[in-house]
Design a protein around this ligand. Structure first.
Ligand code: F1P
Length: 297
């Protein structure tokens, strides 16, 4: 692929652009799944791998902040089988990711899986399944799947997705400015947006083999901020402390923040990841060394 060809349209471009419509569909069907998702007060563990892990992380923050109950999150490989939970919420687009399939097969706890593929192995082992097939993707890199799954869980925790879908149209049309030209990005979040920061960093690594990191905003001061400088970017999802913002700007780094809902702001990060990939002559649909699903032998 030619390194100056930035105009080609990939699956991930189309999938990013479909998010407003996907979120509207999720908003419409969310009430019908309410009975399958954790009830108020239940003790919950959210699990997944890769993007699905970061959406689990974000969901845990959303649910706790909404006051619906203790919610832990785990990478599929790191589940703590000694802990007692009322329900496991598993996220897996493919439904075939080994660590998630194995976890659901091993646990005796009630579970609900959110997957794009009906009849996939996770559905054989989970107590309940929620199939969001309309949010499945052609690209290996997840974008709309991740926000559809998180959107469903946010809707279940009282968030109205319809205004967010309208805001998403603005994020899709927004000018990326200098963002695709920076040589490093550190993504920051607080509470549930730490999951989004991790997801944004994963997008740039997968799609563009680009150096990105992610931190809880206040911990960024404890060392990682030393790499901030002109030509690099620090990106905040949601509100961060004013003093921290001033310190970041003083480093000369490009500072990115938004008034939009943080999940809407993630769309802009997805677009930046794709733009950087294209600038580098990479096909963002085909990350190096990654398949649609990681299946361990
Ligand atoms: C999880 C995952 C993704 C990654 C890639 C391969 O898949 O590891 O995070 O970006 O798409 O699969 P899944 O369990 O959600 O199918």
């Amino acid at each position: 692929m030619n390194s100056d060809s930035t105009a080609f349209t990939t699956h991930v471009d189309r999938e990013i652009a479909s998010q407003p419509d996907i979120w509207r569909k999720v908003a419409a069907i969310a009430p019908s799944f309410a009975g399958l998702l954790p009830a108020h007060g239940e003790r919950v563990a959210a699990v997944g791998c890769g993007s699905s892990w970061f959406m689990s992380m974000a969901y845990a923050g959303v649910r706790e902040a909404a006051g619906h109950g203790e919610t832990d999150y785990y990478a599929g490989s790191e589940f703590n089988y000694e802990r007692k939970y009322d329900r496991i919420v598993a996220i897996s687009r493919s439904g075939t990711t080994t660590e998630v399939v194995d976890l659901l097969a091993k646990t005796k706890l009630p579970s609900v899986v959110i997957t794009a593929v009906a009849g996939s192995p996770v559905t054989d082992h989970a107590t309940e399944s929620i199939i969001l097939d309309f949010a499945d993707e052609e690209s290996v890199v997840q974008t709309r799947w991740a926000t559809a799954a998180l959107g469903l869980l946010r809707a279940h925790n009282g968030v109205d997705l319809l205004p967010l879908a309208d805001q998403a149209e603005l994020a899709l049309a927004s000018d990326l400015g200098e963002l695709p030209n920076v040589d490093q990005i550190s993504f920051l979040g607080r509470g549930w947006t730490i999951g989004l920061a991790n997801e944004a960093a994963l997008k740039t690594r997968e799609a563009a083999q680009f150096w990105a990191e992610a931190y809880p905003a206040m911990d960024y001061r404890h060392g990682p901020m030393s790499i901030a400088q002109k030509g690099r970017c620090t990106w905040a999802f949601g509100e961060i402390e004013k003093k921290l913002e001033e310190e970041i700007i003083a480093t000369g780094a490009l500072f990115e923040k938004s008034e939009w809902d943080p999940m809407v702001h993630l769309i802009r990060a997805q677009r930046v990841a794709v733009a950087i990939a294209k600038k580098r002559g990479l096909n963002p649909d085909q990350p190096r060394g990654l398949n649609r699903s990681v299946i361990l032998s």
